[in-house]
Design a protein around this ligand. Structure first.
Ligand code: FAD
Ligand code: SF4
Ligand code: SF4
Length: 474
């Protein structure tokens, strides 16, 4: 009976939730996809062929039990689908919205591989958990017993919050420290509302608070409070500070040349209704300007689409490789193009004009021989330079870790030659006893879903450690 509801991929075409018209969606910062109707979610879930060896699951960093929650959704057993989905993922509605599914679960779905179009796993995951919120099935932590151990978590991004949730559910006392005035890390101040609306994130943070997680905000560790102070207050500490040092371009210092993270943070603050002087002064507002964004990753895609929504007269994205070789998601490039962004492939900045900026000298590139990693290296085409006029230039070339041992005066904290914190692959323990590290500060700029996985694993390793200590003490 159950199987009869499934395997519908032959007769049922892949359908993603409706996307709002580009002309409408570029006028606001609301999410661009609408929710599935119940019937559509059930129908799309029923396309799954219930593989014995589900490649979707093995390519999901959280190893979500995808076939089971698809089957339960197809059968209309949504609460059970939610229970299974939340067992492996702390924030399924967030991953359903912003995971690059084409590179993870959906890209490896056998139905996609056989040319029928993937099962729309991310959209169904989002549907299940949005419904769970609406029905009141998502509950705050209510531990059976309180534990005496306490954990201090530095950084309230997805890595820190996933660990906080899991530790708190086990009864551990949890305090999360963050330098910003709101928790959420890049979910709050990096990723724009058109990909992830702010109330989706805030709802989670409220619930963590209701479950007993304490947040200490507006505190920069290493400035307002020392790392040693935090260590002294808690049984164990998790470093979940992400990566924020912007890769720079020589000579890109004139007025009107901005760092992507500053530009996006200001725009996200506006979505919360904050008053932001840098926006009001026009410094970080693209309205009426010719905007050039440099970079080809997710951050660049978020900047170009933010500039469109702010009312830029033109938005161009310069990337030194071609479309097929860009790191950003193809889905986001398509969304950006629909909204009016122009991509200039095989183009790199050579210099900048004016202060305030008036233009960028652009070098034309071609793809040369593959490098050691097999990726074709961009080479300059001599004599191909031209000037691209611009009133606002945004640098979106990626992020690197800050030098934590130096900033925090922790000599014993080992880092890699790239500056990321060294941590055990499974337990996430660092070189300092009782100190763990998760997310981008360990992996380098990565994905939300990997930060969630790290946070959950570190929490589990700590809980096991606390239990073993308790047993030994008995
Ligand atoms: P973060 O989310 O960076 O959180 C770190 C927190 O630590 C921050 O709140 C910061 O304020 C705090 N902190 C840092 N230093 C200190 C200190 N000294 N004291 C106190 N607090 C401190 N990933 C996806 O999967 N999908 C996407 O669509 C996507 N889009 C992105 C768009 C942009 C613009 C950016 C920049 C990244 C995007 N990513 C995306 C990547 C994703 O956001 C990160 O991989 C993820 O947020 C990392 O989580 P984290 O918990 O390690 O760190
Ligand atoms: Fe796919 Fe991400 Fe959900 Fe895993 S967490 S099933 S990769 S959308
Ligand atoms: Fe279903 Fe595709 Fe996963 Fe197979 S790979 S179980 S068809 S979602």
């Amino acid at each position: 009976m159950a199987q009869q509801r499934m395997l519908k991929f032959v007769n049922t075409a892949k359908e993603t939730p409706e996307k709002r018209e580009a002309t409408l969606r570029k006028q606001d910062f609301d999410e661009i996809y609408r929710q599935y109707a119940t019937q559509k979610a059930e129908e799309q879930a029923s396309r799954c062929s219930q593989c014995g060896v589900p490649y979707c699951q093995s390519h999901c960093p959280l190893h979500n039990n995808i076939p089971d929650w698809l089957r339960l959704t197809a059968e209309g057993r949504l609460q059970e689908a939610y229970e299974i989905s939340q067992a492996t993922n702390t924030f399924p509605e967030i991953c359903g919205r912003i995971c690059p599914q084409d590179r993870l679960c959906e890209g490896n779905c056998v139905i996609e591989q056989s040319g029928h179009g993937t099962v729309t796993i991310g959209s169904v995951e989002k549907y299940i958990t949005d419904t769970a919120w609406a029905e009141g099935w998502v509950k705050p932590a209510a531990p059976l017993a309180e534990r005496s151990e306490s954990v201090g978590i530095i950084g309230a991004g997805p890595g820190g919050l996933a660990a906080a949730d899991r530790l708190r559910r086990a009864g551990v006392q949890v305090t999360v420290y963050d330098r910003y005035d709101r928790a959420g890390g890049l979910l709050t101040y990096g990723i724009p509302g058109f990909k992830l609306e702010k109330d989706v994130v805030m709802k989670r943070i409220d619930q963590l608070e209701q479950g007993g997680v304490k947040f200490v905000l507006n505190v920069t560790v290493g400035v307002d409070m020392s790392f040693d102070e935090i260590r002294a207050k808690h049984t164990a500490v998790i470093i979940a500070t992400g990566v924020y040092k912007t890769r720079d371009i020589e000579g890109a210092n004139a007025k009107g040349i901005l760092r992507a993270i500053d530009y996006l943070t200001v725009s996200n603050r506006l979505s919360f209704g904050d008053s932001v002087p840098e926006f009001d002064s026009g410094e970080m507002n693209a309205a009426g300007k010719r905007v050039v964004v440099i970079g080809g990753g997710d951050t660049a895609m978020d900047c170009v689409r933010t500039a469109i929504r702010q009312g830029a007269t033109s938005v161009k994205c310069l990337y030194r490789r071609d479309r097929a070789n860009m790191p950003g998601s193809q889905r986001e490039v398509q969304n950006a193009e629909e909204e009016g962004v122009e991509f200039v492939w095989l183009a790199a900045p050579k210099g900048f004009h004016g202060d305030p900026v008036t233009g960028v000298t652009v070098q034309r590139m071609r793809l040369g021989a593959p490098d050691a990693t097999g990726r074709q290296s961009p080479e300059i085409i001599e004599g191909g330079d031209y000037i691209e006029e611009a009133d606002l230039v945004i640098k979106a070339l990626g992020f690197e870790p800050e030098e934590l041992p130096k900033l925090w005066g922790t000599d014993g904290l080992e880092v890699t030659r790239w500056g990321t914190v060294k941590a055990d692959f499974k337990t996430h323990q660092t070189s300092l006893p009782g100190v763990y590290a998760v997310g981008d500060i360990v992996r380098g700029a990565s994905l939300v879903v990997w930060a969630i996985r790290d946070g959950r694993e570190a929490a589990d390793a700590m809980i096991n450690g606390f239990m073993n200590l308790a047993v030994a003490a008995e």
